[in-house]
Design a protein around this ligand. Structure first.
Ligand SMILES: [Zn+2]
Ligand SMILES: [Zn+2]
Length: 314
C-alpha cells in the first residue's frame, strides 16, 4: 500500500527518512506490466502447446536449470544475503548472487531489497508494501488483500526509498553496476535459454521452444512462487513460532520456493540463514548456503541455534 506521507513524521515523502522516493518512470512502469503479463499469457498458452509437439527433454532440462539458478539467486542472494545479511560472501559470490537474482526478473537488486526490508519493518501493518491484511477481514477485503499481496502491489508506481532502506547497497560499487545492468540481464535471461536450446538441438525450433519453456514459462512460475510467499504465506498455514505478524509456514510450497515457504520462522527471526528448522522441513536454500560455506565462499553464517529457537517458539 502506498502512503502519500511518511507516517513517522507526517510530512510529505522527501528526504532520507521517508518511506518512498518518487515514482517509477512511465517507460519502466510499462515494462513492469509487460513482464508481468506476457510470461503469464505464455504460461496459459503452455498447456495446449505442450500437448502436441513443443516440449522436449532439452526444454525441461534448461527450464529446471534456469529455474534453480534464478530461484537461488532470489532466495539465497536477494533475500537471505542482500536483504537480511544472514551470511557474509566473498566478492565473486556476492556479484554472482546479484546477477542470478536479477535474472529472476523481479526488479533490480536495490529495489527488491528496499521493498523487502520495508515489508519486515512494517509487516502486516500500514507501510508494508504487500500485506494481504490492509483492507480488513471480510471475505471481500481478504480477496482484495490476496490480490494486492500477490501481484497488485507491483503495479503501484511508488518506489521504496533506497536511501532509507538500502543505504549499504547504494555504497557498494559492484552492486551499483549489477543494479544498472538489470535491463540487459533481463534480455540475457530470456535469450540465453533460446541460444542454448538452439545449439543443443541445432535447430531454430529448439531455440523457440527453449525460449518459451526455459524463458517465459520458467520466469512466470518463479514469479508466482515468490509472490505466493507474500500472499499465501501471510494467510494460510501454521504459525509454530512467535512472529509479530501473520506470516505462516506453508509446506506445499517448500520445494518450489526452495525453503522460503517456512515464512513464519523467517519472520520470527529474520537473519537466520535457515528457515526450515524443524524435523522434515526441507530448505534447499539453506543447503546451498551450507555448500557455499564448505567451499569457503560464504562465512559467518547465522545458523539457528537451539537457544535462539527456544526463545521464539510459540
Ligand atoms: Zn513476509
Ligand atoms: Zn525476509
Amino acid at each position: 500500500m502506498s502512503t502519500a506521507v511518511d507516517e513517522e513524521s507526517g510530512t510529505p515523502q522527501r528526504g532520507p527518512k521517508s518511506l518512498l522516493e518518487g515514482r517509477r518512470p512511465i517507460p519502466a512502469h510499462f515494462t513492469v506490466y509487460l513482464f508481468v503479463i506476457l510470461p503469464f499469457l505464455a504460461l496459459l498458452a503452455a498447456v495446449p502447446f505442450a500437448w502436441g509437439w513443443g516440449l522436449s527433454w532439452v526444454d525441461v532440462g534448461l527450464a529446471v536449470f534456469f529455474y534453480v539458478v534464478t530461484c537461488l539467486g532470489t532466495t539465497v542472494g536477494y533475500h537471505r544475503y542482500f536483504t537480511h545479511g544472514s551470511f557474509k560472501a566473498k566478492r565473486p559470490l556476492r556479484v554472482a548472487l546479484a546477477v542470478a537474482g536479477s535474472m529472476a526478473v523481479q526488479g533490480p537488486v536495490r529495489h527488491w531489497v528496499a521493498d523487502h526490508r520495508r515489508h519486515h519493518a512494517f509487516a502486516d501493518k500500514e507501510g508494508d508494501p504487500h500485506s494481504p491484511w490492509l483492507f480488513g477481514t471480510s471475505p471481500v477485503a481478504l480477496a482484495r488483500g490476496f490480490w494486492h499481496a500477490h501481484l497488485g502491489w507491483i503495479l503501484d508506481r511508488s518506489l521504496t526509498n533506497q536511501r532509507r532502506f538500502a543505504p549499504d547497497l547504494i555504497e557498494d560499487k559492484d552492486i551499483r553496476i549489477v543494479h544498472r545492468l538489470f535491463g540487459p540481464l533481463t534480455i540475457v535471461t530470456l535469450v540465453l535459454p533460446a541460444v542454448l536450446g538452439g545449439l543443443i538441438t541445432w535447430s531454430w525450433f529448439g531455440a523457440l521452444t527453449a525460449f518459451f519453456w526455459a524463458g517465459l514459462v520458467r520466469i512466470t512460475l518463479l514469479h508466482h512462487v515468490t509472490w505466493s510467499v507474500n500472499s499465501v504465506c501471510h494467510m494460510i498455514g501454521e504459525r509454530p513460532f512467535a512472529a509479530r505478524d501473520k506470516a505462516t509456514n506453508f509446506w506445499p510450497l517448500a520445494i518450489l520456493s526452495m525453503g522460503e515457504a517456512w515464512h513464519n520462522l523467517h519472520h520470527a527471526d529474520p537473519t537466520q540463514a535457515r528457515h526450515g528448522v524443524r524435523r522434515g522441513e526441507i530448505d534447499i536454500s539453506a543447503r546451498t548456503i551450507w555448500l557455499f560455506e564448505r567451499f569457503g565462499w560464504a562465512y559467518d553464517v547465522r545458523w539457528p541455534t537451539e537457544a535462539r529457537l527456544a526463545k521464539i517458539r510459540a
